[in-house]
Design a protein around this ligand. Structure first.
Ligand SMILES: NC(=O)c1ccc[n+]([C@@H]2O[C@H](COP(=O)([O-])OP(=O)(O)OC[C@H]3O[C@@H](n4cnc5c(N)ncnc54)[C@H](O)[C@@H]3O)[C@@H](O)[C@H]2O)c1
Ligand SMILES: O=c1ccn([C@@H]2O[C@H](COP(=O)(O)OP(=O)(O)O[C@H]3O[C@H](CO)[C@@H](O)[C@H](O)[C@H]3O)[C@@H](O)[C@H]2O)c(=O)[nH]1
Length: 455
């Protein structure tokens, strides 16, 4: 089929690469000139496992093209929109990129086409869009909601093996056309109305974020009562009704989706007169997890001014170079505010982090350079490179108290303790001998949740 994908970001480029690999004739339209130059040369502007190979393959077979102009979508049966929908500071979703492409599509349409919304847009958007845009078009245009559930770091695999394909719309012909596009993918197709499909996306992300904040709350309780979150979450997750995924306690969720989509859904709720208190608490707990790391460093080291902290991991999760809403970036900013010297390292995300962080951070060329002269280390991203590090070689280059704060519970705690580190994980037993309770976690007192969530 002849397809246009608008936006060559994580979603758009994966869609374009995978669809062309499946034999469709795809043009991917991207307005950023820097990205376009890279793409035309067969290079992917961000790291995503397996994507560059797909792009090169598509270019070579002539089934994938890149274009900087919207004219390129004029002769396509299907137009997929995959531009950004970032959050505004108040939580409202910024739909300006969507409006701009919808305007262009409608203005240029000369024959019936199907518009497929891959971007995450708030429930109700599609219904409004039909009135606002499609009724102005000179030719009949169909509109389908087709939310995307891929994860960064495993995006190509997720594209080919989704749990389900959700299609929202009322035009049966357009739905069948889109289903044919996905013919090579072995997944159930679930159809519904447009607003419901839009809601599925937000509900799924909000639920996954809820699981994370829930387990982080249990982790805090574990520290208070002297329990250990690792066996707790493992055994809780073995209940098939609960499932073992998204139960890893840590510094909280980051990335370009969960933070914006939880706040976006909260905003939609408020606009509709509904106080989604559960979701507000999920968001609040997530904010607290990041601050907890700084409070713990202060608790062990005293004043952070003049102390050297190594931050291992800048990407919001392993397997990506994306630093959008990365917990470690927020923590680094807080550490800098307190006068700490920060040495940072990430196997992939150094360049993006350099652009996002203020001056004053030392970006180490390797992990050993990052840990040298540090009083404390914070592991903020669970890169395998950190769990397999030669920790025996780390201690001699550090200063007392040799604190290792494991923000992702990805290190071998006992081994590190034996090697003379003061190891502290999230929801793990408090490291000071003779103490079972962590004196820092008094959720109700420090973060008066009830006050924070009241409308
Ligand atoms: N990143 C993910 O893992 C993921 C997963 C599922 C859904 N989503 C959703 O998909 C959407 C896209 O996310 P993303 O992470 O791929 O975004 P992104 O910011 O990585 O990419 C968006 C791209 O669209 C381009 N663009 C914007 N306006 C354009 C225009 N008028 N013409 C051509 N190109 C234009 C931008 O330059 C950018 O390259 C968002 O709504 C997001 O919430 C993201
Ligand atoms: O048990 C867990 C699992 C994840 N995380 C954190 O949660 C964040 C998001 O992780 P993940 O969901 O793996 O990454 P994303 O690529 O942001 O993918 C999410 O967001 C996408 C955009 O909407 C959706 O398409 C995906 O289905 C959804 O998983 C990261 O900071 C992780 O460190 C945890 O803290 N604990």
């Amino acid at each position: 089929m002849r397809v246009a994908v608008i936006g060559a970001g994580y979603v758009g480029l994966v869609a374009a690469g995978c669809l062309s690999h499946s034999g469709h004739d795809v043009v991917c339209i991207e307005k950023d000139a820097r990205k376009m130059a890279l793409l035309k040369a067969g290079r992917v502007p961000f790291f995503e496992e397996g994507l560059e190979e797909l792009v090169l393959f598509g270019l070579k077979r002539g089934l994938l093209q890149f274009d900087g102009q919207m004219e390129a979508c004029q002769d396509r049966e299907i137009i997929m929109i995959a531009v950004g929908t970032p959050a505004r500071p108040d939580g409202r979703i910024d739909l300006s990129q969507i409006y701009a492409v919808m305007d262009e599509i409608v203005f240029r349409a000369r024959f019936p086409q199907t518009i497929v919304m891959k971007s995450t847009v708030p429930p109700g958007f599609g219904v409004n869009a039909k009135e606002r845009y499609l009724e102005r078009a000179r030719v009949p245009l169909s509109y389908l909601s087709n939310p995307e559930f891929l994860r960064e770091g495993s995006a190509v695999r997720d594209w080919y093996h989704p749990d389900r394909i959700v299609i929202g719309g009322d035009d049966e012909t357009a739905i069948s056309r889109l289903a044919r596009l996905y013919a090579g993918i072995d997944a159930p197709i679930v159809t519904m109305d447009v607003s419901s499909a839009e809601m599925v996306k937000y509900a799924a992300n909000a639920f996954l974020a809820t699981k994370i904040s829930f387990i982080n709350e249990i982790a805090s309780l574990c520290e208070l009562v002297g329990a250990d979150i690792l066996p707790v979450s493992r055994a809780v997750g073995m209940d098939r009704r609960i499932g073992d995924q998204f139960l890893q306690a840590g510094l909280g969720y980051g990335g370009s989706c969960f933070p914006k989509d939880t706040c976006g859904l909260d905003f939609v709720s408020t606009c509709n007169g509904h106080a989604f208190n559960l979701l507000k608490a999920v968001i609040e707990v997530n904010k607290r997890q990041r601050l907890l790391a700084v409070r713990r460093l202060r608790h062990v080291l005293g004043r952070l001014h003049g102390k050297t902290i190594g931050v291992l991991g800048l990407a919001f999760k392993p397997g990506t170079d994306d630093v959008r809403e990365s917990p470690s970036l927020e923590i680094i900013n807080l550490l800098l505010d307190e006068g700490a010297d920060v040495r940072a390292y990430d196997p992939l995300a150094m360049e993006n982090a350099r652009r996002a962080l203020p001056d004053g951070v030392f970006f180490a060329p390797g992990v050993m350079e990052a840990v040298t002269d540090c009083h404390a280390l914070l592991v903020a991203t669970a890169w395998p490179e950190f769990s397999t590090l030669d920790w025996a070689a780390v201690r001699p280059v550090m200063h007392p108290p040799y604190l290792v704060m494991d923000g992702r519970n990805c290190l071998a705690a006992e081994e590190l303790r034996q090697k003379g580190f003061l190891y502290w994980g999230i929801g793990r037993p408090y490291p000071v001998q003779g103490e079972t309770r962590n004196p820092l976690i008094k959720t109700g007192q420090i973060f008066p949740l009830r006050q924070a969530v009241s409308p």
